[in-house]
Structures are given as structure tokens and as C-alpha cells.
Design a protein around this ligand. Sequence first.
Ligand code: NJP
Length: 271
Amino acid sequence: MGMVWLITGASRGLGREIARAALDSGETVVATARSADAVRHAFGSDNPRLHPLALDIVDGEAAKSVAAEVAARFGGIDVLVNNAGYAELGFFETFTDAEVRRQFEVNLFGTMNVVRAVAPHMRERRSGLIVTISSVSGLVSNAGGAVYSASKFAVEGWMEGFAQEVAPLGIRSLLVEPGMLRTEFMNGKSASFGSIDIPDYAEAVAQFRAFVDGANGNQPGDPTLLAARIVALASQDEVPSRFVFGDDARQWVSAKVDRLRQEIARSEDRT
Ligand code: NJP
């Protein structure tokens, strides 16, 4: 039967590619998105090892029943992939409080719901791998990405600590920080823009939106390649705690680490 994978946000983009790569490796895949039909539609032909289920990660009770159903049916969950997520793009003050909270509701609290639902089943077997698709924006923040980054920094901070809590219980964690991937992430279906017009930011926001529109469809990162890498890593005995994927991501993270080192050195001088 191979390993049992539970993947969120598998109706399109990276989640769908991870599901495909896992199926190609002979794994059993429970692929979820808000609509099970959307998942069925995404995969087309019937594969007996593919099990589409509906899961809106914002719904904690739904996450618990999906996890219980999968564990009962397949005897456990070997790999959880926290992939579902979206981006609120734009300058911080152009967002309403509700828009900011929605970003956290999905990216942070939604992912927490799924982990809260799955972790007990992994603890019971003293075994499991939690793969969390964070972002380069979980380590580096830029103008226009403040709200999205806030949610992904939160995911990073939570997972970095949680991973240490569950490691003695046999659960491993892999945080993935991709650069820009060619998915539907930046189009109107997924990304959402701040709704408040503020003249002081108008020009900068227009430039930022032009950048996003230009990048949409032309992102350097190949989601199929990343999916293959993730599936390969999941079968290794030693799984790294982080995987920064793409030249763009590595450059941004390296530059941030350099800046941090300089800041630390300067702080030392001041004290
Ligand atoms: O995006 P997209 P990606 N409950 O829009 C699902 C991160 N990332 O594949 O329910 C459950 O093609 C949605 O399903 P549906 C990014 O932050 C990306 O690029 O049918 N599912 C769909 O399957 C995210 O964490 C880039 O609408 C929910 C999927 O999420 C992950 O990669 C760069 C949901 C989104 O597919 C996958 O994003 C980076 C909910 N409440 C990180 N809300 C990039 N693309 O450039 C949404 O660093 N979904």
C-alpha cells in the first residue's frame, strides 16, 4: 500500500503536484480541498490509491473527522502535507481587519486545526512526518507582502517550536520555503488584494500590482519539480527541518541572513 499521505489544498497548484508525485511513487493519497469534486476534477482518471475528500481547513471539527476517518480506514497517517493557503497581497493599511484575520484564519489557524487533528494519530503510533508549505515569505518580508508574511512567519515560529515538542514522540517536521512557483497563487482565483484606497500608497500599490500581474504565470519555480523533491525527501531516514526551494528564495534568505548577521554585530558594538 505504500505510505498514507493526507494533503490539504490538493485541487490545484503545488498540492495537486505533490499528490500526483506521491501517487506515482505508489503511495496512498487522501487529497483534500474545500470541494471533493474539485479534487476529482483535478485528477481525472480513477486511481484506486487516490481518495478525494472535502476539507475546509478553517473548520476544526471537519479536520478532526477527516483525520479520524483516514486513520481508521488506512491504519494511520504517515505523511501530512499542510499545503492549503492563499495570499492577501498589498500594503498593510489597505487591508480591513477582517481581511487580515481571514489571512491568519486560513494560513495559520487552519493549518493548526489540521495538525491538532492529525498529531494524536501520529503520536499513538510514535511515527509520522508533517510537511508544511510555508514560503520564502515566512523568512523574509517585503513591501506588499506584510500581511501574507505575517501569517507565514507565524507558521514558521509555531512549527519550529512544535517540531521540538513532538520529535521525542517520533514525529518529524519539514518546513518548505519555496520562492515564486508557477501555480494559480497570484491570479484572481487565489490571491486577494487589500480593499482600502489610500492616496499616499496609490503609486507604490499600483507598481506592486503591476509586478504581481507580470509575475503571474511567469514564476521561475516549477511546482512539479518541488513536488518530486518533497516526495523523495519524505522517504529518507534523515529529513531536514527546512527546505528552501528555488534560486530566488535562496538569494532572498541568504541576503536576510547576511543583514541579520550585520545587525547582530552592530548590536554587539552598541553593548
Ligand atoms: O496556490 P493555488 P499554490 N481550505 O492557489 C486550497 C504556498 N506558496 O499551490 O479549496 C482548504 O494554486 C485551494 O483549494 P480550493 C502557498 O502559500 C506558494 O501556489 O479548491 N483548502 C487550492 O487547492 C500555499 O500555502 C507560492 O480553493 C484551501 C490550494 O489551497 C501553498 O504554497 C510561493 C483553503 C491553493 O492552490 C500552495 O499554494 C510560496 C481552505 N480554507 C509559497 N483555501 C507560489 N505559488 O508562488 C485555499 O513561497 N485552499
